[in-house]
Design a protein around this ligand. Structure first.
Ligand code: TEU
Ligand code: CA
Length: 555
């Protein structure tokens, strides 16, 4: 298989609002990030993916951009950005920027113009339609509740917003829009950034005629069906020619609704579009009648089946990205494992092992390397995220469930779980800010924080450090072929990786019970490569401890 630096890299995602505050206003910022670069270097990561830092009115924490070439005032200045970038490069790391171009903010100059009149030169930068039967042009729902259409009285028309009404969708069918986006991307590349993570890039091409979508049983709106639209690959190939192919970049498309077949096009190894995609099947597995708002737990067999499908199907054709967490997902140790203090650390290490031993580029979300957990939010006032707040309103008003029940779902699945401040130490506000944090700090910061973990050789942090370092030594972790063993076990996730004469056997116990396992004969002489319990060898019939992870290496 062809080697590439972005296949061998480990990426660390920073959510700037919650990472480190340098000026006591309670909001993380660029100088804060710069002050913590040594920490990231110590962890051993290669690439930082930075969630948006552009000028934004923050309806959706920076995913609503009003100026792509300016830094959000709360985060600092362009000089702070340049200093941060230089600091990243000086430490041999790279920077991937978030590219949010399915939509802009309604405060972006293009939209301010666009809504002025039907004849405005910027009108066609966005998607405007006449109403139908006194209502919205079609039945599409927004990701953030309500209709995907907003009426604008000035011109008596509606504009499309797949997300909040302050995030109008750009019209990618307009060549001028594509030119503007590509020239903005080139501008950032000239500054020396190293890649892009492309927000909901799978949604940019809308179906001609914008037809009504299917309404799922019990749903209030139709599905927009915008994922993998008719011209998305044409547009990405155009972007590749105009921008991506001109620099040595890492690119990852956030592809809501992507299938394996589609991923092979987005992330084909022929390099015509992107390097890799984020798929969401494994994090949507337990969704229920109210979508993500559920208390169902992931079934291990289903999880193994989905992960294995992506491992096997993309092999030799496209490249996977590996993640269990990001700023939109609850904390993985709470969700896929067990955040009870008795098991939390060992379980976080097990999940890390299970993910990092797979083929693909691993992503670590800030705090995941500490085993940070979901947050015990008390009331609705503790939540900040527009998705959670809107869902609560919509679901209670529609009588879909009792308010307390919905609160329970928000606590389990709400995006704010990942957005509480990074836990640096056991001082007030976890060392994140000397002011009042914009969102509550998880009260467990005195037990779970970076300072404590840096001082403890057995911590989750040091385990991640070891896993990341191993990836640099063991090419088999990057390029080895994946195969699932024990598909029917509801307790163990067992798989192998093979490269030439070498093999790895990865055994993960997803339960708090002791589980017996017989190590296959071929591994009689195997060495323990890494594990989360002390075990110097493993042969024949063994008993896995609660949440034990064990990797054996042959050859
Ligand atoms: O997320 C897109 C997306 O698909 C999410 O809405 C995801 O399905 C949901 O959060 C799961 O609960 C991207 C960004 O990552 C997210 O932060 C933004 O809010 C969104 O796009 C709009 O830009
Ligand atoms: Ca600040």
């Amino acid at each position: 298989m062809e080697t590439a630096w972005w296949k061998e890299a480990v990426v660390y995602q920073i959510y700037p609002r919650s990472f480190m505050d340098s000026n006591a206003d309670g909001i993380g910022d660029l100088k804060g990030i710069t002050s913590r670069l040594d920490y990231l270097k110590e962890l051993g990561i290669d690439v930082i993916w930075l969630s948006p830092v552009y000028q934004s009115p923050n309806d959706d924490n920076g995913y609503d951009i009003s100026d792509y070439r300016a830094i959000m005032q709360e985060f600092g200045t362009m000089a702070d950005f340049d200093e941060m970038l230089a600091g990243i490069h000086a430490r041999g790391m790279k920077l991937v920027m978030d590219l949010v171009v399915n939509h802009t903010s309604d405060e972006h100059a293009w939209f301010v113009e666009s809504r002025k009149s039907r004849e405005n030169p910027y009108r066609d930068y966005y998607i405007w339609r006449e109403g139908k039967d006194g209502g919205a042009p079609n039945n599409w729902g927004s990701w953030f509740s309500g209709s995907a259409w907003q009426y604008d009285g000035r011109t008596d028309m509606y504009y499309l917003h797949l997300f909040s009404k302050k995030q109008p969708d750009l019209n990618w069918d307009n060549p001028k829009v594509r030119e503007e986006v590509f020239s903005m991307m080139n501008w950032w590349c000239e500054k020396g950034i190293d890649g892009f993570r492309m927000d909901v890039i799978s949604l940019i091409s809308k179906k001609p005629g914008l037809p009504d979508g299917d309404v799922a049983p019990g749903a209030l709106y139709g599905d927009s069906g915008c994922a993998n639209g008719p011209r998305v690959h044409e547009y990405l190939q155009e972007m590749n020619r105009a921008v991506l192919s001109r620099y040595d970049l890492m690119t990852v498309g956030e592809c809501a609704g992507v299938t394996v077949e589609e991923a092979k096009k987005y992330a084909s190894l022929n390099g015509k579009e992107l390097n890799m995609v984020f798929q969401f099947e494994h994090v949507e597995l337990c969704d229920g009648p109210l979508g993500k708002w559920t208390d169902r737990r992931v079934d291990l067999k289903a999880f193994k089946q989905v992960m294995s499908k992506w491992q096997t199907e993309l092999a030799g054709k496209a490249w996977n990205s590996l993640f269990l967490e990001n700023h939109d997902q609850p904390r993985s140790v709470s969700r896929f494992g067990n955040d009870d203090p008795q098991y939390r650390a060992v379980c976080a290490k097990m999940l890390a092992t299970c993910l990092h031993m797979m083929q693909g580029t691993p992503y670590v979300y800030q705090g995941e390397e500490l085993g940070m957990t979901n947050c015990p939010f008390r009331t609705l006032e503790d939540f900040r995220d527009i998705e959670s707040l809107n869902a609560f309103q919509e679901l209670t008003q529609a009588g879909k469930a009792a308010p307390e029940e919905i609160m329970g779902y928000l606590r389990l699945r709400g995006r704010d779980n990942a957005r509480t401040p990074m836990q640096w130490d056991d001082s007030e506000n976890a060392g994140f800010t000397a002011g009042t944090p914009w969102i509550m700090v998880n009260p467990n910061y005195r037990q779970i924080n970076a300072k404590k973990e840096l001082a403890d050789p057995d911590s989750v942090f040091h385990y991640y450090q070891k896993l990341i370092a191993l990836r640099k030594q063991e090419k088999i972790m990057v390029y080895g072929t994946y195969a699932l063993l024990e598909p029917d076990s509801g307790s163990l996730y067992v798989y192998t990786r093979t490269l030439g004469t070498k093999t790895l056997l990865v055994i993960c116990n997803f339960t708090k019970e002791e589980v017996p396992y017989s190590v296959p004969e071929e591994y009689a002489d195997a060495k323990v490569l890494i594990g989360n319990y002390t075990r110097s060898y493993a042969q024949g019939n063994i008993t896995l401890k609660p949440y034990e992870a064990l990797v054996l290496k042959c050859g």
